[in-house]
Design a protein around this ligand. Structure first.
Ligand code: IMP
Length: 432
């Protein structure tokens, strides 16, 4: 089972960390392929608990080659802090490689992100404020700085100078804030380049070599497919393709090489930031408190921004859509235990749009805000499930709920998470 992509199937925060951990232990190479430090997951293992934003999850295993692919946008300051902290705790980062083609988040990107959000007023996207959108925008506008550029000072300065001049026009004239200093920025980024030099390389031959040897490779996703620029609830999306196409592009592997695409889905749904959420449950509904897991250390609060997540019922219309456009063949359903106490559980199986019943999300924001979810109601199991490790030992109602999800979305079951600990997992299929 050599090449597997793990992607989020909803709006991010599906609990991919634990699955990545489990798979990373078996992988020869882990490639983080997209997003930036807008993502975050917690890795728990015998060395301790690590909150990683950019470093691939295989980092704790000295045998695993960890790659930050060119689809990622890197804030070098954040990455260096992460690497230093790993080293301080005895985790070697010698096996970490950064694509020299990966774009770099500059201080003006972070500034732009915050100023643009402020300017949007009521239409704000609710970005993480990490400069992600502006960095990807500059990549597409062909005025981005790439990791490899940091290693060639002369060329870097020559590229940076006109870019900063242009950025400063906008910053000072339109937003009326202080300009970004050229030399200070240049020198800081040269220092980052020096620190990261031993990691920055052309990753293409490395990945091709492992592919040729049929080594198990994990393409590690960040965010979720519904935040995709094309397929997500535009403009309430992130600025990269977090799905399977992005995995191929961001890691540099051809789509025919993928053996499996695993989609991670919570057994319900959450979203942070603004944007449509058809199955959202009102904050004052008693179910919300259950789903938020208020008062527990694993309450629904964003790993990166600390924002409380919005919660809702499992939306099988959106889940089938993400299965379809990503070619997801295997489901990793997380946090099933969170539903343990509910008397009834709803699954959205279709939408009503005016007089019409539809089975796929409308692309227009106006229409997606107008739809009414059509729910199927299933009985809850009202039994703890966290100790269970075998699918057939789950209460029949829990088995039926999971089976119904698989049937509605059209993919096989790979695993189920039944608690926050890594071993609180039910495996239903062999993945690597
Ligand atoms: P950006 O990626 O910071 O530009 O934010 C755009 C949208 O994506 C916002 O709604 C964010 O809350 C959301 N987002 C970005 N990264 C993540 C993530 O890792 N988990 C959940 N939501 C995210």
């Amino acid at each position: 089972m050599p090449l597997v992509a793990l992607i989020g199937g909803q709006w991010g925060d599906e609990g991919k960390g634990r699955i990545v951990d489990a798979l990373a232990g078996k992988a020869r190479m882990v490639v983080r392929y997209g997003g930036g430090n807008n993502a975050g997951h917690t890795v728990v293992n015998k060395h301790g608990t690590f909150k990683l934003h950019l470093t691939p999850a295989g980092i704790c295993n000295p045998e695993t080659i960890n790659i930050i692919g060119h689809g990622v946008v890197i804030d070098p300051k954040i990455l260096i802090e992460e690497l230093d902290s790993l080293e301080e705790r005895g985790i070697s980062t010698a096996n970490l490689y950064i694509s020299d083609r990966a774009h770099v988040i500059m201080p003006y990107h972070v500034l732009q992100d915050k100023l643009e959000e402020r300017a949007r007023g009521d239409n704000k996207i609710g970005t993480t404020g990490r400069g992600i959108g502006p960095a990807y925008a500059d990549k597409v506008a062909r005025i981005g700085i790439r990791a490899g550029d940091l290693l060639d000072q002369e060329m870097f300065l020559a590229r940076l100078k006109p870019i900063i001049e242009q950025k400063n026009q906008v910053l000072t004239r339109f937003y009326e804030v202080k300009p970004v200093p050229l030399m200070e920025t240049f020198l800081a980024y040269v220092r980052y380049g020096v620190r990261l030099m031993r990691h920055i390389t052309n990753i293409h031959p490395m990945i091709q070599r492992e592919l040729t040897q049929d080594a198990p490779i994990l393409l590690e996703g960040a965010q979720g497919a519904l935040l995709d620029l094309d397929f997500g609830t535009y403009p309430y999306v992130t600025s990269s393709p977090p799905g399977a196409a992005g995995a191929c592009q961001g890691a540099g592997v051809g789509p025919t090489r993928l053996n499996s695409v695993i989609g991670a889905y919570k057994a319900y749904a959450t979203r942070v930031g603004e944007g449509p959420f058809p199955t959202e449950i009102a904050l004052d509904d008693p179910v919300t408190e259950t789903l938020l897991q208020v008062g527990t250390p694993w309450a629904e609060v964003g790993t990166t921004t600390g924002r409380v997540r919005r919660v809702g019922w499992f939306d099988a219309v959106l889940a089938r859509y993400t299965v379809e456009f990503n070619g997801i063949d295997t489901l990793a359903i997380t946090k099933l235990d969170v539903l343990d106490t509910l008397p009834t559980i709803k699954i959205c199986v279709a939408y009503k749009l005016g007089d019409e019943i539809i089975y796929t999300p409308p692309s227009s924001l106006v229409n997606i805000k107008r739809i009414d979810p059509i729910y199927e109601e299933l009985p809850g199991w009202r039994t703890p499930t966290s100790h269970i490790r075998d699918f057939h030992h789950l209460p029949p109602a829990a088995q039926a709920y999971v089976a119904r999800i698989c049937e509605l979305v059209g993919a096989r079951l790979g695993m189920i998470g039944v608690g926050p600990e890594r071993d609180q997992t039910i495996y239903a299929a062999r993945i690597f």
